[in-house]
Design a protein around this ligand. Structure first.
Ligand SMILES: [Fe+2]
Length: 332
């Protein structure tokens, strides 16, 4: 959501919000942290004229250190951080707590009972951009209890996620490799499955089955803050994930590079279909032909699922953006 305002007004709002240094939570029926509506791509970026004061503060500010590390690590599309850089960003995020972005567990938003009392319909996920440039973005997501960010991908991206507050279920997948399961090229399922009648692709249309691709489960667990930072990579670590808030959550995401429609990094959503729905047609799909049973193989199969591209599930996902109001970030 974008609202036209004069730049000066927007900067004044940034400064006022930064002075408060504390996000003010609202009931979940409103945008979560209840700040001003987002007006631009960059979040709480300190501007010229306040530079001296901001830099003095920034020397000790965890968000500023994180920003500086991101600027060092993410050098543009195609950059995948190496082990040393991953350790650096992970260590900085691991040490960060909610107070470092102006949050407190005492805020009304994070009190489950209040959230439940105000909750009606699909809970709204609130998004705030701390900083964004072509090489990376730093965002905070606020999920009321039961809010869901449906299964989606991060094309060509490395993403660091740090749960600051709350309890969240994360389920993630990577595309399954052909080896060691002797799985076929996903595109080969189209032709051969067009004559099958599996429960999840009963249509004989090749257009339907063409969207199915085999994926392997990476994470299926509940995380409670404080917990370590998780990292996903372009092809490993669970590049496609779903967030479900067991309790109201706040999570920092660092994305390098950020989503960009112009650079062909738009977000794709998926439905996951149990592998067993197609397992009855192993020959048709070319899957399972080399698997003859056994506990280990059964366990392997349970970690497989078919992913199907879907439109953005608007019934499941409501999102709004607010202006970042935590400690400022100086990009000078
Ligand atoms: Fe994500």
């Amino acid at each position: 959501m974008k609202v036209d305002r004069r730049a000066g007004e927007a900067e004044d709002e940034v400064e006022a919000a930064a002075k408060r240094r504390r996000l003010v939570a609202e009931p979940v029926s409103s945008p979560a942290p209840g700040l001003v509506v987002r007006t631009g791509e960059r979040g709480g970026v300190a501007r010229r004229g306040r530079r001296r004061r901001v830099q003095a503060d920034a020397a000790a500010a965890p968000v500023q250190r994180l920003f500086q590390a991101c600027r060092h690590v993410f050098r543009g599309p195609g950059t995948v951080p190496g082990p040393d850089h991953v350790r650096l960003l992970r260590a900085l995020l691991d040490r960060m707590g909610p107070e470092d972005v102006g949050l407190s567990p005492d805020l009304r938003f994070f009190r489950s009972t209040d959230a439940a009392a105000h909750q009606q319909g699909t809970p709204t996920v609130t998004h705030t951009t701390m900083y964004k440039c072509p090489n990376f973005s730093m965002v905070i997501l606020f999920l009321p209890r039961n809010a869901v960010i449906p299964l989606h991908n991060h094309p060509g991206m490395t993403v660091f996620s740090k749960l600051l507050l709350g309890k969240m279920h994360i389920k993630s997948y990577d595309w399954a490799a052909a080896d060691p399961h002797q799985l076929p090229d996903p595109s080969s399922t189209t032709t051969s499955s067009s004559s099958s009648s599996c429960s999840c692709c009963s249509s004989s249309s090749s257009d339907d089955t063409n969207q199915l691709r085999l994926a392997e489960l990476v994470v299926d667990d509940v995380f409670t803050a404080p917990c370590d930072t998780s990292v996903l990579y372009p092809t490993t670590g669970g590049n496609m994930h779903r967030f479900t808030a067991v309790e109201p959550c706040a999570i920092i995401d660092v994305l390098g590079p950020p989503y960009s429609m112009e650079e062909d990094r738009d977000c794709t959503y998926y439905a996951d279909i149990p592998y067993a729905n197609h397992h009855q047609h192993p020959t048709a799909h070319g899957v399972g032909g080399g698997l003859t049973g056994g506990v280990e193989q059964d366990e392997d199969l349970r970690r497989l699922a078919w992913l199907k591209e879907i439109d953005m599930p608007t019934a499941e996902l409501k999102m709004c953006s607010v202006l970042y109001g935590g400690p400022p970030i100086s990009d000078k």
